[in-house]
Write a protein that binds this ligand. Structure first.
Ligand code: URA
Length: 240
């Protein structure tokens, strides 16, 4: 059995349905033992815009779809505020199985699971990827810079634009973040209209996660915390 918990044939999947079938029985990390459902992702298989959260919670694990709880309902409202429906975007998570007690995914869980996400990204080919919350942002942009500094900005990498956003759950817990998220979605509407034009280039050294497994240990902040530290990652992202 290869890393990833399947026989490796998933790497050759030609479309999302095939990929889903091939990883459905994944036992690549301990999260497989307690899952009710593997939460693959949902939406338009050729979406221009993709949203990536941290990992499934209780309701997602029960139902097998991402963002079906309260945070998901708020995400639906945010999408509607810019004229989008769930079926027109693609929604996934950094990992596909629920961590016990909704803790942050461990490095070995990310290492086992993010290759599936990168394969999804490759098959979908979105122009824009919105990372929802600190964890997804740190994981996909490989940065230590917190979401508080990055939210609403856009970063060009590998022919795509990454837009870090606060996690909808964070806004439900901290009401002031709600208006920030609503404003950031309006920015996102503009980015969608402009697509790749005008996005800031990430300077060399800030290698993107796309096409690569987990990489450097992700930050320890929870998706809902929203705080971050400026450091090497900030330099890589050209913030200083
Ligand atoms: N939070 C996430 O990050 N992902 C989900 O699917 C649900 C809640």
């Amino acid at each position: 059995m290869l890393k990833g918990g399947c026989d490796g044939s998933w790497r050759e999947a030609n479309n999302l349905n095939e990929l889903q079938q091939l990883i459905q029985g994944c036992r690549g990390c301990r999260l497989a033992e307690e899952r009710t459902n593997l939460v693959f992702g949902t939406g338009d298989p050729h979406a221009r815009i993709m949203f990536v959260g941290e990992g499934p919670g209780f309701y997602e694990d029960q139902q097998g779809f991402p963002f079906v709880g309260q945070a998901g309902q708020f995400l639906d409202q945010l999408l509607a505020s810019i004229g989008l429906r769930r079926a027109e975007v693609y929604i996934a998570n950094c990992i596909k199985c629920r961590p016990p007690g909704n803790r942050d995914p461990l490095p070995e869980e990310l290492a086992a699971c993010t290759p599936y996400l990168f394969k999804q990204i490759e098959l979908i080919g979105p122009r824009i990827i919105c990372t929802l919350g600190n964890f997804a942002t740190k994981t996909l942009l490989k940065t230590d810079v917190g979401i508080t500094r990055l939210h609403g900005k856009r970063f060009a990498r590998e022919g795509m634009v990454f837009v870090p956003l606060f996690h909808p759950a964070a806004a439900l817990h901290k009401p002031p973040l709600k208006s920030t998220l609503i404003e950031d979605f309006q920015r996102l509407r503009g980015y969608l209209e402009e697509s790749l034009f005008g996005a800031e280039e990430v300077p060399a050294g800030g290698s993107a996660g796309v096409g690569e497994p987990g990489g450097s240990t992700p930050g320890s902040g929870s998706a809902a915390s929203g705080e971050g530290e400026a450091s090497e990652g900030a330099r890589q992202l050209g913030l200083f």
